[in-house]
Design a protein around this ligand. Structure first.
Ligand code: AP5
Ligand code: MG
Length: 249
């Protein structure tokens, strides 16, 4: 049975509305773009109409802010998310540590803050993060691990990504209670060589700074409807599955 042009339009719009956002094989978000002018020539059934259209596929980057207090498992989970989704992992803590190792000017400056459990100043951190993002023009997306950590950083990240038309997709916040965080960090101190893990007073300071300066950043993304809390207790695999479910949602 042949449909009228109007019926085809109505059916097709319903179909597109139901399916215009989906994950492709790599896990990147894709969006189907279509041209209404094509409809002028349609007078066939819906399936034939859909097949006859030329779809343009535009990649939408998957930009995840992986959030949580010190020791929540951001770094651990990032490794797995990178494998699953082919994203670029940017950990501001790791970048600072690599600068400390290389004894750069930035590293020397950052060390004085990190060893005390304090945040490195916003202007330096934002500039560093932006330059790291720009090193990956072909990225499918990013995992921001440990950034943004202040409201000023969140605003800077939004403005920076908006200018590149690739906003933050979601903030996934690993939720772990304080006693478990301390236990994990003290255990890691045995092998990590991180001065900020070795001293319980510095761990306490990091947790305090998180509560005072970083936790409010969750509200920034909640207001945008992008915040999801994820239970960070369990095996690494269990938590990874929760994160993947939140990404797919
Ligand atoms: P950063 O390096 O980001 O440290 P952090 O946020 O304090 O967090 P961690 O890296 O210690 O923990 P994590 O959540 O990555 O957990 P992980 O997977 O390692 O920052 C360090 C410093 O740099 C800051 O204090 C600040 O000075 C500076 N800095 C960084 N970013 C900044 C910014 N944006 N602005 C200003 N300053 C900045 O896991 C921890 C341990 O737990 C590991 O041993 C792991 O094996 C274990 N573990 C992981 N998952 C589990 C699990 N499910 N069960 C049991 N154990 C687990
Ligand atoms: Mg980390």
């Amino acid at each position: 049975m042949l449909l009228t042009e109007k019926e085809v339009l109505v059916d097709f719009r319903r179909e597109v509305n139901a399916s215009n956002r989906f994950m492709d094989a790599s896990g990147a978000r894709c969006e189907v773009l279509f041209s209404c002018s094509t409809f002028a020539h349609l007078n066939r059934g819906l399936i034939a109409a859909v097949e006859s259209l030329s779809f343009a596929k535009k990649k939408i980057m998957l930009n995840i802010v992986l959030f949580g207090p010190p020791g929540a498992g951001k770094g651990t989970q990032s490794v797995h998310l990178v494998q699953s989704y082919g994203l670029v992992h940017l950990s501001t803590g790791d970048i600072f540590r690599s600068n400390i190792k290389g004894n750069t000017e930035l590293g020397q400056m950052a060390k004085s803050y990190m060893d005390q459990g304090q945040l490195v100043p916003d202007d330096v951190t934002i500039k560093m993060l932006e330059s790291e993002v720009d090193k990956h023009p072909d990225a499918k997306g990013f995992i921001f691990d440990g950034f943004p950590r202040t409201s000023a950083q969140a605003e800077a990240l939004d403005a920076f990504l908006d200018a590149r038309k690739t906003p933050v997709t979601c903030m996934l916040a690993l939720e772990v209670e304080e006693e478990e965080l301390k236990k994990r960090l003290l255990a890691r101190a045995e092998t990590s060589g991180r001065p900020d893990d070795a001293d319980p007073a510095v761990i306490q300071k990091r947790i305090g700074v998180y509560k005072a300066e970083t936790a409010p950043v969750a509200g920034h993304y909640a207001l945008q409807g992008k915040f999801t809390g994820v239970d960070g207790i369990g095996t690494v695999e269990e938590i990874l599955e929760r994160l993947k479910a939140a990404i797919a949602h």
